[in-house]
Design a protein around this ligand. Structure first.
Ligand SMILES: C[S@@+](CC[C@H](N)C(=O)[O-])C[C@H]1O[C@@H](n2cnc3c(N)ncnc32)[C@H](O)[C@@H]1O
Length: 232
């Protein structure tokens, strides 16, 4: 009997030496061996958004599994990784993964290190604040950029697009794949895509990737979007 494509089992495991960890969960990806595998994720303090398991990242995790051919032996960079689910799935299927989050959020970065250890995955962890340029940004050169629920605070959108546009311009044929939970129905993203010379290649309904009982608990809609540079 195949396991669910993305099942969640809350465990009582306490492998992490931190009092902030609230739960370890095991998420399954894939129906059939050998593509089935589990990812352990951790839920931390309530106020720490970067460490929440958000349903918005599940569609991207599943999408990444479907991108196996494009990811194997290629470099994936996850922006605003936090719980890092899509990046961990990419690492499981053989991508060279760099997980990034806000340079100033040491606790989030440290948690990402712990999640990698927990899953025995060798991902590089880099502090990368959107809209800030340092040497590490120039070295990234990804084939695929991932970002789950990174369009959260609209005051960061422009900085995020600045970083994404820079990475896309520096890496030929690179695409940015992101899940976007449109909580308020605004269209700032459409405007910023034009501003930064980007175009939408694919737009999928994120709800079609998650179980109905989870979708029914969410307001608004979740879109899974593939973005590339608009060729002149
Ligand atoms: C809503 S959380 C999403 C976390 C994770 N991707 C997920 O889906 O579970 C937004 C993430 O973006 C990160 N973030 C927020 N502002 C940022 C910035 N200016 N530069 C880099 N990362 C940022 C946060 O630390 C957090 O991890």
């Amino acid at each position: 009997m195949p396991r669910p494509v993305c099942g969640v089992r809350s465990g009582r495991e306490k492998p992490l030496a931190t009092r902030q960890v609230a739960a370890v969960q095991h998420r399954y990806f894939g129906n059939f061996r050998p593509v089935q595998f589990g990812i352990r994720t951790v839920k931390q303090r309530e106020e720490d958004r970067g460490s929440f398991i958000l349903n918005v990242s599940l569609p991207l995790g599943k999408m990444v599994r479907q991108l196996r051919i494009r990811l194997t032996d290629n470099r994936a960079v996850e922006l605003g990784a936090g719980t890092s689910l899509p990046g961990l799935v990419a690492a499981k299927i053989g991508a060279d993964v760099v997980l990034t989050d806000d340079f100033h959020k040491h606790e989030v970065l440290e948690n990402m290190r712990r999640i990698c250890n927990l899953n025995k995955l060798d991902c590089k962890i880099v502090g990368l604040t959107w809209g800030e340029w340092d040497a590490s940004l120039f070295e990234l050169q990804p084939h695929i950029i991932l970002g789950a629920d990174v369009f959260y605070d609209s005051t960061d959108f422009d900085d995020l697009f600045a970083t994404v546009a820079f990475l896309l311009q520096n890496s030929r044929e690179c695409v940015f794949i992101t899940t976007y939970h449109n909580r308020s129905g605004h269209h700032l993203i459409d405007f910023l895509m034009v501003k930064w010379g980007l175009k939408c290649l694919k737009l999928l309904d994120g709800f079609s990737f998650i179980p109905a009982y989870k979708a029914s608990a969410l307001q608004g809609n979740i879109q899974l979007v593939e973005i590339a540079i608009e060729e002149k």
